[in-house]
Design a protein around this ligand. Structure first.
Ligand code: ASP
Ligand code: MG
Length: 418
């Protein structure tokens, strides 16, 4: 059996869903678990809706109507007006009505997951109905009964033992009856609440199913021909890698390459399951394969751009040295406020860290730090990471930019620029 993952861009409109059907048809001799994300930019829109609800913003209804009409426009193009999908979609959206009828609860992350998860639930209803209509026998599966997490909302930690027991108990039998369509990005707690696995987490879902079922491979279908050495949004002359090792892929995602969610690779590496990254518009092209025995040749450097970075310097109020105790206190705060350190540097009197801006958490961190330390920061910065770099390529990358921090190792250089 194979695991497929279709991201938001692949199902952003009616044609995308028709194309998904055509790709799946090519594999009608195979058993497939098909993991689908929310359509287009729905997750962003649902995040906006969650914020509007929490802030009792007047725009709430407008935002919700827009999300609904986006989905209705798509299903009107794909189905006859009497098709049951219209009811299924309406019934799924009603779950948001139930949440927003109540006064906002104080746990923002909990509410976020209950609302934002609707994107995947609706998308999979639509894809499932479309595949069946197109003559591909498929079954809709509620992933929340299978991917079990703790109750860290927005960043659910997968409980592997329970998850694998549930998946391997039911899914093989379901696959005898048809292709299984399920939601990426979502999980369920032992009290049956919905969690999410972190933004862009659908790849991780695909890898969880593959690892628990011992799949032959995972394919993530993308709007790019495979993994490129740099993001074509920022660079011309990119090259595609035919193959990469698991380790290289882990390094790339760690530094912020957004083609694959960082948690995806490890379960596949442990189970030795290859990951294919392929184009959903050119499904017969080979794409990139990530597997154990990839040749480690890099004719071009791998360039990873991370925007929206904060560079924060922390020093003691009395100009004393930053001690190990203080560092451990600082790291504790970063972990408590869900801020992930991308680069760090210590000097005698200060400790400097670069991390992704997550506004709500950053405010909390600042408040906590200023109790004991002096802090200074710059935001709206860019972190450029280059693996397998050459001196010449670095010069080009940093031309005309102010370098605020630089760190170099044998294979990797990281530069924070303005
Ligand atoms: N829909 C979710 C997101 O946009 C999960 C995913 O796309 O993988 O973050
Ligand atoms: Mg997505």
């Amino acid at each position: 059996m194979l695991v497929f993952k279709f991201g938001g861009a692949s199902v952003k409109d009616a044609n995308g869903i028709i194309n998904l059907g055509n790709v799946v048809k090519k594999f009608d001799n195979e058993q497939l678990v098909i993991v689908v994300s929310a359509m287009g930019k729905t997750t962003n829109a649902l995040e906006k809706l969650t914020k509007a609800y929490i802030n009792s913003d007047d725009q709430l209804t407008e935002i919700f109507d827009e999300i609904k009409s986006y989905h209705y426009t798509i299903i009107e193009q794909l189905f006859e007006p009497r098709h049951q999908i219209f009811n299924e979609v309406a019934n799924t959206f009603v779950e948001i009505d139930w949440v927003i009828e109540e006064e906002p609860h104080e746990d923002y992350d909990f509410i976020y997951d209950q609302i934002v998860s609707i994107g995947e639930l609706v998308a999979t209803r639509i894809v499932n109905a479309y595949l069946n209509q197109a003559g591909i026998k498929s079954l809709w599966l509620d992933v929340r009964g299978y991917v079990q997490t703790d109750n860290t909302y927005r960043e659910g930690i997968v409980q592997w033992d329970k998850t694998c027991v549930a998946i391997s108990k039911d899914i093989p039998t379901l696959l005898e009856k048809g292709q299984v369509i399920t939601q990426g990005f979502l999980g369920g707690t032992s009290e049956n609440f919905t969690t999410t696995l972190g933004r862009e987490g659908s790849d991780y879902t695909a890898s969880i199913f593959a690892a628990c079922l011992g799949a032959v491979s995972v394919t993530t279908w993308k709007d790019v021909p495979g993994i490129l050495n740099a993001d074509p949004k920022f660079f011309e002359d990119t090259v595609k890698f035919d193959e990469l090792s698991y380790t290289e892929a882990i390094e790339m995602t760690y530094y912020g390459a957004s083609v694959i969610h960082p948690k995806t690779i490890k379960p596949l590496q442990n189970a030795k399951i290859p990951l294919l990254v392929k184009s959903f518009t050119h499904p017969d092209e080979p794409g990139t394969i990530i597997h154990e025995n990839a040749a480690g040749k890099f004719e071009k450097p791998v360039i990873i751009i991370k925007q929206n970075q904060v560079l924060l310097s922390i020093s003691a109020r009395d100009y004393s040295f930053i001690s190990e105790e203080q560092l451990s206190m600082i790291f504790k705060l970063f972990s408590q406020y869900h801020l992930k350190v991308n680069v760090m540097q210590t000097s005698a009197l200060s400790f400097t860290v670069c991390f992704d801006l997550r506004e709500e958490w950053f405010k909390k961190l600042l408040r906590a730090l200023t109790a004991d330390f002096k802090v200074k920061y710059n935001d709206s910065l860019t972190l450029i990471t280059v693996r397998h770099y050459s001196r010449a390529s670095l010069k080009e990358l940093t031309e005309g930019k102010t370098i605020l921090m630089e760190q170099l190792s044998r294979n990797t250089i990281q530069i924070v620029v303005k």
